[in-house]
Design a protein around this ligand. Structure first.
Ligand code: AMP
Length: 304
């Protein structure tokens, strides 16, 4: 049975950074998230819901399957093209500049969960049209923990639909700029308070390489950023963070604040590795031993 469902983009990315570039490389929020979750989840318990076109190389789907990620929920639409994102980063790698977003087959996608996904306890609604996120949420019977991510594109284009999904999830994930934009305040504390009022029990605000903040009713936690020496491409760091975070929670069957704090550190660890190379290259070489080693370093750097 699939215990963790991830819906989001499965994409071909064209990315340029001061350290190199790739064209039509494997990317997408659901791709990064499921691969990162797979370091924690037991075989065959993560399933992706998404769509690709006939131009999507089969070897990319095989890469996920080799990690025991179920791609039964990934529809192959032979009539259209795969979602494409093109962007670049300058030396401040916290901000991606979008050149082009081509929805392709995602434009008319109607998610249909395979039966084996319907009883999943953990759901990650990765970055995609909020109406599709809502559609997936409706099809999961009784989730224990639902996590929602988004980006400025959807805040600008589908604000009210996005607010509707926020009302229906347990954890909202945003980066600092998005939190300020969505809740129209320069204060992250005020933005988190406004978000909590809508319904989620936890708000996680990502601050790029500077770490992440967790807010719940009456409590607050601050995770440090990892002082990374070699950054080549931060694309997918947000999704790697989220995927590792929910993968860790799904593996341990928990959703309490203490474990969410640990999960945030695991998320930060996997995201920091992801930034070391383009596309999923670093994640493909990553071992669980390296994750545990850097987790230990995270513990040490915040002791005082
Ligand atoms: P991040 O973790 O925020 O760096 O996400 C990067 C991934 O998001 C890339 O691999 C893109 O394919 C994907 N992406 C970019 N724009 C969108 C969008 N509007 N909707 C869904 N996914 C997107």
């Amino acid at each position: 049975m699939t215990n963790l469902v991830i819906v989001g983009s499965v994409a071909l990315d064209t990315v340029k950074t001061p350290f190199g570039q790739v064209k039509d490389a494997l990317g997408g929020a659901a791709t990064y998230a499921s691969y990162s979750a797979s370091f924690f989840t037991k075989p065959a318990i993560t399933g992706i819901v998404g769509i690709v076109g006939k131009d999507f190389p089969n070897q990319h789907l095989q890469l996920l399957q080799q990690r025991s990620i179920s791609t039964e929920g990934v529809k192959v639409d032979n009539k259209g093209k795969t979602f494409r994102w093109e962007g670049y980063y300058e030396y401040d790698m916290n901000e991606a500049k979008t050149v082009k977003t081509e929805l392709g087959v995602f434009a008319d996608f109607k998610p249909q969960l395979p039966g084996s996904y319907e009883d999943a306890e953990y759901v990650f609604l990765a970055n995609i049209d909020p109406e599709l996120q809502m559609e997936v949420l409706r099809q999961v019977r009784k989730p224990k923990l639902t996590l929602l991510d988004t980006m400025n594109y959807w805040i600008n284009n589908k604000r009210s639909q996005l607010l509707e999904v926020i009302k229906n999830v347990d954890v909202l994930l945003l980066n600092d700029g998005e939190a300020r934009q969505l809740f129209e305040t320069p204060s992250l504390v005020k933005a988190a308070a406004a978000a909590l009022k809508l319904g989620p029990r936890f708000i996680i605000i990502k601050k790029g390489e500077h770490g992440a903040l967790l807010f719940s009713e009456g409590s607050h936690f601050s995770a440090p950023g990892y002082p990374l020496e070699n950054i080549r491409d931060p694309t997918g760091c947000g999704d790697s963070f989220a995927g590792a975070l929910i993968g860790y929670l799904a593996k341990n069957g928990t959703s309490n604040e203490k474990d969410i704090r640990k999960a945030i550190i695991y998320g930060s660890v996997v995201a920091s590795f992801n930034a070391e190379d383009f596309s999923l290259e670093r994640l493909r070489r990553l071992t669980y031993a390296e994750i545990e080693k850097r987790y230990g370093e995270f513990k040490r750097i915040r002791e005082f």
